[in-house]
Design a protein around this ligand. Sequence first.
Ligand code: AMP
Ligand code: MG
Length: 713
Amino acid sequence: MNDLTNPVEVMGIDAGGTMTDTFFVRADGTFVVGKAQSDADEAKAVLDSSVDALAHWSTTVEEVYPQMVTCVFSGTAMLNRVVGRKGLRTGLIVSKGFEDFHRMGRAIQCYLGYAFEDRLHLNTHRYDEPLAHIHDTRGVTERIDSKGGVVIPVRLHEAREAARELIEQGCKAIVVSFLSSYLNPTHERAVRDVVEEVKKEMGSNIPVFASVDYYPVRKETHRTNTTLLEAYAAEPSRAILSDLSNRMKENGAKFDVRVMASHGGTIGWKAKELARSLVSGPIGGVIGAKYLAEQLNIENIACSDIGGTSFDMALIVKSKFSMHQDGDMARLVLSLPLVAMDSIGAGAGSFVRIDPYSNSIKLGPDSAGYRVGTCWPEGGIDTVSVTDCHIILGYLNPDNFLGGILELDVPRAKQCVQDQIATPLGLSLEDAAAGVIELLDLSLRQHLRAMISAKGYAPSDFVCFSYGGGGPVHAYGYTKGLGFKETIIPAWAAGFSAFGCATADFEYRYDMSTDIGITDESSEQDKQDAIDTLQKAWDELTAKVLEEFKINGFSPDQVTLTPGYRMQYLGQLNDLEMDSPLKKVSKAAEWDNLVETFDETYARVYADAARSPELGFGITGAILRGSVETKKPAIPHEAEGDATPAANAVIGERPFYYEGQWVTASLYHMESLVPGNRVTGPAVIESDATTYVVPTGFETWLDGHRLFHLIEV
Ligand code: AMP
Ligand code: MG
């Protein structure tokens, strides 16, 4: 029923590799989750998933879309386009003599994403195809030195020639990126204008990007890669988002779709810098976890998300997640601010193979995608996946996959696991499948432990949140024995990233590199210059932020601006990011306020004794965030009732293989459980898009917020 007094206002979308999840929130904060299989036509998957979600409220897309005020999208299409090198053909203009730096990838890209054992062996290193081909690269004579001075004036006639050739040979976009342009933008902008002129003369309307207009930051490989992504991958995504937006409008929508960005805020799909939505789905989960934790007054969270393809972890410490300034993604070094996360390519749909050298089981890193495994009813997958093992062992119900819209081929899964894993290892079918699950659990557990201890914490400092369709299946396995304060599984785990998108602020963030250094020897005038340089950077970034909001119809007075900066002790390699204690700076004396905030942050992140003020202080970057308030979901508040689940929640029994024996697991219907209910393992709690496994030795109860607490007994 469509209730007009309580309209549906917010929608979150997580278009993953396997499933497209949607999350709808009413004005009073109540919500529903929908799932559909992902599709090459993303708008179709979103509509299917919306239909699935809204059916729970007996209403339709046509009734709901016109009421909504906001919609946030996250997806993996852009990432897949980059990984599969299926982007726009892009031409690249660089400083003459440096035509090869993009291909060389700073000599580190060929290692990125490798397992430790593969990093050691040079013969396993592989250079990916560059984003811009060497034949589509041109050098133009020019040079700016490390202080921003012009050493060789730019030869614009060369730029003309380059532009003409690139357009003639079929480039669909052109990127201009010169050395040190972040210190002096004049050469890049002059060339950009020449390219614009040439393209007009030639009757072409391809987009032209000067790196300094997008990412005015040091490290040319990072800056060039990021600007290239803007052309290569973001422009095609813009077309998809535009299509989605139009298809929603056909169904009466009046809002503009926003996109989850790597910095943890959402941006308009018309945003100038769209490359920052390269990684978005897993970020949504972290934002959702932070929001949920704030509602529950929990400060330290270990976030864990298992989907079909990967396991993503992040830590929230004292209600803050940390940021990477130049995180790498898809084996590219980039200059995008990124919510710090660790991902491994092992998920519920990962392929399972026997390593021919060691005769041991290997998981991933590739996966069966939306076709989940050899059990896929239409065939096409011939390699065993983790999902096949889940089905053999009674973890997943083959008749309830995505609520039963697919009937999985169990006999085929059994045959494949037997032939590919059990027979070669000389194990029984169930022991082979159980070995795979144990190996996955162990590897997730080790990664989680390593991530936490590498940062100097212990699991006992954290509450673990487990989500993603596969999170509840493995929560017991990867938390077992780690000693978390608690393990919490939201009943809406399957749509948690989409939920996170619905909780995210509308926020743009821009960064600019600065070269500011002040020591004991610096004069008052040096400090004044430093302050002026910083404020000038903030002013430029503010203009960019306000321009983006203007595109989305917000005036400057509606935007909350938060300036920040990155500071380090001079000579140290790592800097830290922080919000500025002052909204504006103008006086030399204010330098000391900035230093004081840094000193405090440094002592908190490292240790008091590690502070080194005698080295002097440098500001390496200016940051500006602008945000506007958005409507957010409320978490449920229901009264707690009986410990014993009602009869309608009990849906039967099935054989379940755990620790070397078949036992009988009681089955429950997740949505029919009510707060207060307790379930003791062996039990399996089923939902349409996720399955919560509670083996022998575990117990769970549901609280009034519809959060399951998993307890080792
Ligand atoms: P996600 O990518 O977050 O949507 O998670 C997908 C994973 O959820 C699948 O690979 C399954 O292992 C897991 N899952 C658990 N229960 C179900 C279910 N009833 N239907 C579909 N997937 C499920
Ligand atoms: Mg997911």
